[in-house]
Design a binder for this molecule. Structure first.
Ligand SMILES: Cc1cc2nc3c(=O)[nH]c(=O)nc-3n(C[C@H](O)[C@H](O)[C@H](O)COP(=O)(O)OP(=O)(O)OC[C@H]3O[C@@H](n4cnc5c(N)ncnc54)[C@H](O)[C@@H]3O)c2cc1C
Ligand code: FES
Length: 282
C-alpha cells in the first residue's frame, strides 16, 4: 500500500465539466505521495452513510499541496461529496492502492478510458511524456456528457480518439472498436486502461493479442479501502502459477490485465487457492 495520510482537506475551488464535478482540495501531506492510479477515500458527513467513498486521484501538485478529484453523481454519497462548498472540509485518506507502473524510459503507450476512467490516465499520460515516451488516448463513454478530459488529452498528444455509444461525440461505438488499429498506429507496447470491468476484459484481450502489455485499473466496490474487509477481492493468477483472491484496494486497483481471471470475477473458481476450504465452510 502507499503511505496514506488522513486529513481534513479544505475545498479550494470547484467546477463542473460535462457531467462531472471537479474539486480542488488542500492536502499538503498527501499530494507529494500521489502517483497516477492512486485513489482516495472520503467520509460522508451524513452518519447514515457509514462507508467511505473511493475516488481516483486526478492531479496532485506537491508544490501547491493540492489534489484534484472528479466526481460523477451516482447515489447519495457522491451527491453529498460533490456538493461540498468552497471552504468546506472533507475527511480524506490518500493516497491508497497500487498505482500504474511507470516506464524507466521512452515507451509508446495507448491509454484507454471509459467515462471517468480518464481521471487517473491523464496524469499518467503526462508522466509518460515527461519520460520521453509517446502517448495516444481513446476516450469513450455512453454519450458526450459522460466523457471527461478530452481537451486535457489533446493538450498532451495529437493522438486522441473519442468514441461514444450514441454518436453524440466522435466516432460511434465502443473504445474497443478502434483499439487494434490505434495500437498498431502508434506502435504501442503498453496499454493502460481504466473503466468498467467488461471494457477492461475486452481491452486486455485485444492488447495481449497484439503483443502489448495491458495494465488495468479496476473499479471493484470497496467497503474499507485499506485491506481489512475483503469486499474488493478478485481472482488473480500469481507469479507461482496459483490463483488467489487478491484485494483490489491494496494489491490493486492497477493489475496486470493478463493475470486477472476476468471470466471468474464474482465466482469462486474451484482451482483457486483456498476454494475447497471455502466450500467446506459453507
Ligand atoms: C478505486 C476506485 C476509484 C473510483 N474513482 C471514481 C472517480 O474518480 N469518480 C467517481 O465519480 N467515482 C469513482 N469511483 C466510484 C465511486 O466510488 C462510487 O460511485 C461511489 O462509491 C458510489 O457511492 P454513492 O453513495 O454515490 O452511491 P450508492 O450506489 O448509493 O453507494 C452505496 C454504497 O455502495 C458502494 N458502491 C456503489 N457503487 C460502487 C462502485 N462502483 N465502486 C465502489 N463502491 C461502490 C459505495 O461505497 C456505498 O457504500 C471509484 C471507485 C473505486 C473503487
Ligand atoms: S475494500 Fe476492504 S479489503 Fe479492500
Amino acid at each position: 500500500m502507499a503511505n496514506p495520510v488522513q486529513t481534513r482537506a479544505e475545498v479550494l475551488s470547484r467546477s463542473v465539466e460535462g457531467g462531472y464535478h471537479r474539486l480542488l482540495l488542500s492536502a499538503p501531506e498527501a499530494a507529494p505521495r500521489v502517483r497516477p492510479g492512486h485513489f482516495a477515500t472520503l467520509a460522508c458527513a451524513d452518519s447514515g452513510r457509514l462507508l467511505r467513498r473511493a475516488l481516483a486521484i486526478h492531479r496532485a501538485d506537491p508544490e501547491a499541496g493540492t489534489i484534484e478529484l472528479v466526481i460523477a453523481e451516482r447515489g447519495d454519497g457522491t451527491r453529498e461529496l460533490a456538493a461540498t462548498p468552497v471552504g468546506g472540509r472533507l475527511d480524506l485518506i490518500a493516497p491508497l492502492g497500487t498505482p500504474f507502473p511507470l516506464p524507466d524510459g521512452p515507451v509508446s503507450a495507448l491509454l484507454v478510458a471509459g467515462g471517468y476512467g480518464s481521471v487517473p490516465l491523464l496524469p499518467l499520460g503526462e508522466e509518460i511524456r515527461r519520460r520521453g515516451g509517446q502517448v495516444g488516448f481513446i476516450l469513450g463513454a455512453a454519450g458526450a456528457d459522460r466523457l471527461y478530459g478530452v481537451e486535457q488529452a489533446r493538450a498532451i498528444t495529437r493522438d486522441v480518439l473519442v468514441v461514444t455509444e450514441d454518436g453524440s461525440a466522435g466516432l460511434t461505438g465502443r473504445v474497443t472498436d478502434p483499439l487494434a488499429q490505434a495500437i498498431r498506429a502508434i506502435g504501442a507496447t503498453e496499454v493502460h486502461a481504466c473503466g468498467p470491468m467488461p471494457m477492461l476484459r475486452a481491452v486486455t484481450t485485444i492488447a495481449l493479442g497484439l503483443g502489448a502489455r495491458c495494465h488495468t485499473a479496476v473499479e471493484e466496490a470497496m467497503a474499507c479501502g485499506v485491506g481489512i474487509c475483503m469486499t474488493c477481492v478478485l481472482p488473480v493468477l500469481g507469479a507461482d502459477g496459483v490463483s488467489r483472491f487478491v484485494r483490489s484496494c491494496t494489491e490493486g486497483p492497477v493489475f496486470d490485465g493478463a493475470k486477472v481471471r476476468w471470466d471468474d470475477i464474482g465466482t469462486v473458481p474451484p482451482d483457486l487457492e483456498g476454494a475447497a476450504a471455502m466450500g467446506a465452510a459453507r
